[in-house]
Design a protein around this ligand. Structure first.
Ligand SMILES: Cc1cc2nc3c(=O)[nH]c(=O)nc-3n(C[C@H](O)[C@H](O)[C@H](O)COP(=O)(O)O)c2cc1C
Length: 175
C-alpha cells in the first residue's frame, strides 16, 4: 500500500485543523513544521509580512516521520501576502528535492493559492500531483470536509497501481 504523509505549518491554527481533518479522514500520519522563534502579536505578524515580501526562509524545525520515506507528501500551509508562508518555504527549500511526490493544500482568506503551489513546484523541481485550496471560512464552518474527502480520494487513486499520475486531470478546483 502506498504511504502518504501530511506535513503542516500553521500560524494561527487553521491549517493545522484542516490537516488533522484530512489525516483523520484518510488515516494518514501528520508531521509538523514549527518556527524555531515563535511568532506572537504585532511583531509576529510583521515577521510574516517581511518573510513574504523578502521571500525569506526563517529557521524551522520539523517534527514527524522522515518525509523522504513516503510515496507522497501533502503540504498544508497558509498563504501570506499572496505567497507561500515563509516557514513552509524553509521546509520545502530544505527537503523538497528529496520528496518522491508532493500535493499541495493551501489555506487562505481568499487569494494567492496558485502562487503558493507554483513556489512549491519550483522548490521541489517537480509539479505537484494535485493542488487545491481551502478558505479560512470553509475551515471555520466545516464546509471544507467534502473537498478534503475528494482531495484525499484523488490522491489515493493517483497512487493506485492502475492509475498513473496526470497532474492536469487531478485538480479538484482552480487554485
Ligand atoms: C501576514 C498574513 C498575510 C496573509 N495574506 C493573505 C493573502 O495574501 N491571501 C489570503 O487569502 N489570505 C491571507 N492571509 C490569511 C491566511 O492565509 C488565513 O487566515 C489562513 O487561514 C491562516 O492559516 P493558519 O491559521 O494556519 O495560520 C494572511 C494572513 C497573515 C497572518
Amino acid at each position: 500500500m502506498s504511504k502518504v504523509l501530511v506535513v503542516v505549518y500553521s500560524y494561527t491554527g487553521t491549517s493545522r485543523r484542516v490537516a488533522q481533518l484530512l489525516c483523520s479522514q484518510q488515516g494518514w500520519p501528520l508531521g509538523t513544521v514549527a518556527d524555531v522563534r515563535p511568532r506572537r502579536g504585532v511583531e509576529g505578524n510583521l515577521r510574516c509580512i517581511l518573510d513574504s515580501l523578502l521571500r525569506r526562509r526563517p529557521p524551522v524545525r520539523y517534527d514527524g516521520p522522515p518525509p523522504e520515506t513516503f510515496d507522497l507528501v501533502v503540504l498544508v500551509a497558509p498563504v501570506w501576502l499572496l505567497r507561500l508562508a515563509g516557514p513552509m518555504r524553509s521546509f520545502v527549500g530544505r527537503s523538497g528535492r528529496s520528496l518522491q511526490r508532493v500535493a499541495v493544500l493551501s489555506v487562505m482568506g481568499g487569494q494567492g493559492a496558485p502562487n503558493a503551489a507554483a513556489e512549491i513546484a519550483a522548490l521541489c523541481g517537480s509539479t505537484p500531483v494535485l493542488a487545491a485550496a481551502v478558505t479560512q471560512r470553509e475551515a471555520d464552518d466545516g464546509s471544507c470536509a467534502g473537498l478534503l474527502q475528494s482531495f484525499g480520494t484523488a490522491i489515493q487513486g493517483a497512487l493506485g497501481p492502475a492509475a498513473p499520475v496526470r497532474a492536469a486531470e487531478l485538480s479538484t478546483q482552480a487554485v
